[in-house]
Write a protein that binds this ligand. Structure first.
Ligand SMILES: [Zn+2]
Length: 487
């Protein structure tokens, strides 16, 4: 059954078109050009700003001219992820969406419902002459998923609206009024090596089977971090068993909880039997600590491949001590919003590459001052250990405003439509909203969207009936936008 048979049909028709145009992060040109040409064919005012964001304007329908201006916002790009056995070129090949029961998902790749459904809803509003609304603008940003460069580059003066509707959150029934900011910590140890000693056996010490997940929204769930577990075992066993490390690798993305990690090591031949037994003890310890959350956790030794050198004893000590000392997980919960994480860190990536060991963390916080506090904590640990530390990609949080008028409108509209209250939430992840405040400090903002599961993974799927509710809510919000306050 084609997607275009689903309701609301206009959204699914647009989404089918969207899937046919490749649009991974940093390669949004084809999609942006398609949208610009379409807008021009509709006689809508459309421009690209300096960084490439698409801005479309549509005047109010008769009777709505005195409403506050609304900026409807979505990001153009999608995360390109595929299964290992899927052949797919994200720069050229269309996404293949299909209906799977109550969901729409894609064959072997990310679907791009994040933020494609929001994007399509906006295009539908601009496409349709019968929808009632005040002065409207669409802000379609580039590169949200790989650096937020579109939101970073947005300048004042392009947009006139007072209210921003961000469509990039992923739970229908939840409305967001704030989000965490973040920063990447990049840590580099220069490798000092010594020759491999004789009479040793090479192993790969492996931690795997962890659940992983999103480094923000899943950070408080107590899941295991493969990098932390591996460095803990190495810290505990290295001295007693004279373990020598050649390389450590774990995790693949700074914004994902690491599921797997491994170390290439040497153990003196005469200690191999005892070392194997000690590793087994740690399996039992970790299982005892984490079995409720990580039932599939495994730590084991594989036969290792030969290598030419190992880390100098001094570097190995500094590396293991700092990885052990680096905090992972929740630093503090929010005082303002119950159950919401305020500040956290994900020790996401360890890579041995060439002459350096590279470690990457992602720190998030609702409060910029706390984010800097966490930054300083991590910088202190790794600086003491002799590593070079720098921070990149810092973006501000979106601080919840208790007096938001648009939040009242969305909550009341939701209640009127569906007979229940939406949950008002703050998300421990990045939305572009925090960055928009730089150029447009006056914007009154909310974020809402349909229910999407496993975004950024090949299992990404969107729940069909929530797209309908998202659409009904959007139309009703546009009708309920308050009038401009005239001075
Ligand atoms: Zn998104």
């Amino acid at each position: 059954m084609p997607l275009s048979t689903l309701a609301p049909q206009p959204i699914w028709r647009w989404f089918t078109t969207l899937c046919s145009i490749a649009h991974p992060s940093k390669h949004e040109e084809a999609l942006a050009t398609y949208i610009v040409n379409w807008a021009q064919s509709k006689n809508l005012s459309v421009i690209r700003d300096k960084v490439g964001n698409v801005i479309i304007k549509k005047s109010a329908t008769p009777g709505y001219e005195n409403r506050k201006g609304v900026v409807m916002q979505a990001h153009l790009d999608m995360v390109p992820q595929k299964n290992n056995d899927t052949v797919h070129n994200f720069l050229t090949d269309p996404i293949k969406p299909y209906i799977d029961g109550e969901w729409v998902t894609a064959q072997g790749t990310t679907l791009g419902a994040d933020n494609g459904i929001g994007l399509c809803a906006i295009l539908c509003v601009f496409d349709d002459e019968t929808i009632e609304h005040g002065p409207l603008e669409a802000l379609l940003t580039i590169d949200e998923e790989a650096g937020m460069t579109g939101a970073f580059g947005l300048e004042a003066g392009y947009l006139d609206g007072e209210i921003l509707l961000n469509t990039d959150s992923e739970d229908e029934g939840e409305v967001y009024m704030g989000c965490a900011g973040g920063v990447d910590a990049n840590i580099r140890f220069t490798i000092e090596s010594v020759p491999v000693p004789s009479e040793h056996t090479a192993f790969s010490l492996v931690v795997e089977g962890l659940k992983g997940g999103h480094s923000g929204v899943d950070i408080h769930l107590g899941r295991g971090n493969a990098n932390k577990l591996l460095s803990r075992v190495l810290f505990e066993l290295s001295e007693q068993y004279q373990v020598k490390i050649n390389a450590i690798n774990g995790g693949s993305l700074r914004n994902a909880l690491p599921r797997e990690a491994s170390a290439d090591i040497l153990v003196p031949n005469e200690l191999v039997t005892q070392f194997k037994a000690a590793v087994n003890t740690w399996t039992a310890t970790f299982k005892a600590e984490l079995c409720a959350v990580e039932p599939d956790l495994a730590i084991f030794l594989d036969a290792g491949e030969d290598f030419d050198d190992v880390l100098s004893p001094a570097l190995q000590t500094r590396l293991l001590a700092s990885l052990y000392g680096c905090p992972h997980g929740v630093f503090r919960m929010s005082d303002e919003v119950e159950g919401v994480v305020e500040t956290s860190n994900n020790l996401g990536v360890i890579q041995t590459r060439g002459k350096e060991i590279y470690v990457q963390c992602l720190i998030r916080s609702l409060m910029d001052s706390r984010r800097i506090d966490a930054q300083n904590t991590i910088a202190s640990i790794f600086t003491l250990a002799g590593a070079a530390v720098d921070f990149t990609g810092a973006y501000p949080g979106w601080k919840p405003e208790s007096s938001s008028q648009i939040m009242d409108v969305v909550r009341d509209t939701y209640h009127e439509l569906f007979g229940e209250m939406p949950k008002i939430m703050v998300i421990h992840a990045g939305l572009e909203c925090g960055l928009f405040k730089d150029a447009y400090p006056q914007w009154d903002m909310v974020s809402y969207g349909p229910t999407i599961r496993f975004p950024h993974s090949p299992d990404e799927k969107v729940k069909i009936d929530t797209v309908e509710r998202f659409w009904q809510l959007t139309l009703a919000i546009l009708k309920n936008i308050p009038e401009k306050v005239t001075a």
